[in-house]
Design a protein around this ligand. Structure first.
Ligand code: NIG
Ligand code: FE
Length: 389
């Protein structure tokens, strides 16, 4: 932590970081003072912009029926089995135009940026046909081109098996492997391939097939694992996934192996909160075993409709025994690692992208302390100031 500090940015990059008085003495700064736009952050906290490394923003409608059903006692899995859940978001995306999806995406990106997020991983996964997955990824690309922040696209064709393939489930896995992944890779529409590995979604064996196809097509992998039940991770680690996400039911015997790999454990407690799950992801066990932990919103219409990294940090402190300091690393540099962007994102260092979030609080711990509040006053993405912040 630096006090009385200054950050000099130029051309979308961080040039120097240090004490304000040293910055003011710098001959280059002295000479160019008039050309510099100075932002007074006195009494405030400046952080690297948050890296939200797990979001599902390509959907049209909130899932309010599911919301009410859960309030009356149904579980997430029961709702999914009865035709609600992920499958009930498909119709909206399949029927939507690409530009309607782009518009939704830009609105979501802005909501996230207002709370300090500068890098967003965005998954497809609510189309689940070749065309609608490519349309979703196309919308992510269009929105990314209009957005000053950084967007990382992920193909999540393996989110659930859509109803059309219920009776011929292996056929759907084949479509993901032989059609969706090659098409997304060819058009450079995705950096990662994700799988929802869970009972009722895809098995560990399916996940290996999908990872194999991703690797063959030059794409990196990540997976939703251990959200509702424990999946053995050893075999999946062979594919060097950038991240395993959720991890509520990670098996204790997998922790030492995980610690020896570069795979990040991305915890998304917004989903536990919203689904009223029993318990929260085992952050302490993971951290104490030497597994790097990231935090993300899991922004999506079914299990975690929140754009707020500070709220997720608050949950991690109050329910997962993470310290405020740990939640900051988990939301910045570890998120960057989870997206393989650690050289460009996640810390305030010379040479990195000028992604900063300014909070109107005198102490960094207040960011996780005040919950359901927004103290982010300004967000800077690749050197550009979010106009409305
Ligand atoms: O990360 N678990 C799978 N996917 C999402 C939920 C998607 C949905 O319910 O729409 C998740 O929680
Ligand atoms: Fe998710």
């Amino acid at each position: 932590m630096l006090e009385d500090a200054a950050v000099l940015c130029m051309g979308g990059k961080i040039v120097s970081v240090g004490k304000s008085k040293d910055a003011l003495r710098d001959p280059w700064i002295k000479k160019n003072r008039k050309k510099i736009r100075e932002i007074d952050c006195n009494g405030k906290v400046v952080l690297p912009g948050f890296v939200d490394s797990h979001t599902h923003p390509v959907f049209m409608q909130p899932r309010l029926v599911d919301f009410e059903k859960r309030i009356s006692g149904a579980t997430y899995e029961e709702i999914g089995e009865a035709g609600g859940g992920i499958r009930s978001s498909l119709d909206g995306v399949r029927k939507a135009t690409k530009s309607a999806l782009t518009k939704k995406l830009l609105a979501a990106f802005k909501e996230m940026a207002i709370q300090g997020t500068t890098t967003i991983e965005a998954k497809s996964g609510y189309g689940l046909t070749l065309d609608s997955e490519l349309k979703s990824l196309g919308a992510i690309r269009d929105a990314a081109q209009q957005w000053p922040g950084t967007i990382v696209p992920t193909l999540l064709g393996a989110h659930v098996v859509p109803n059309e393939y219920k009776t011929c489930y292996p056929k759907y896995v084949e479509i993901v492997c032989k059609e969706m992944i090659p098409a997304a890779a060819r058009r450079k529409l995705a950096q990662f391939v994700d799988v929802f590995t869970e009972r009722g979604a895809f098995s560990e064996e399916d996940t290996r097939k999908i990872f194999e196809a991703a690797n063959q097509n030059g794409l990196d992998v990540r997976a939703h694992v251990c959200q509702l039940s424990g999946t053995p991770l050893q075999e999946l680690l062979r594919f060097k996934p950038a991240s395993f996400d959720h991890m509520d039911h990670v098996r204790e015997q997998d922790l030492p192996t995980l610690a020896r790999h570069n795979t990040i454990a991305t915890l998304v407690p917004g989903a536990n909160y919203f689904l009223n799950a029993t318990g929260y992801p085992p952050a302490r066990e993971l951290i104490d075993a030497g597994v790097p932990v990231a935090l993300a919103t899991d922004y999506n219409p079914g299990s975690s409709p929140t754009p707020s990294m500070p709220f997720v940090m608050s949950l991690a402190c109050t329910h997962m025994k993470m310290s405020p300091e740990e939640t900051i690393s988990a939301s910045t540099i570890n998120g960057a690692w989870a997206l393989r962007l650690q050289d460009r994102k996640g810390s305030v260092e010379p040479g990195k992208d000028a992604d900063l979030a300014v909070f109107d609080v005198p102490d960094y711990r207040e960011i996780a302390y005040w919950f359901a509040a927004n103290h982010c006053q300004m967000t800077i993405m690749n050197g550009e100031i979010l106009p409305e912040a």
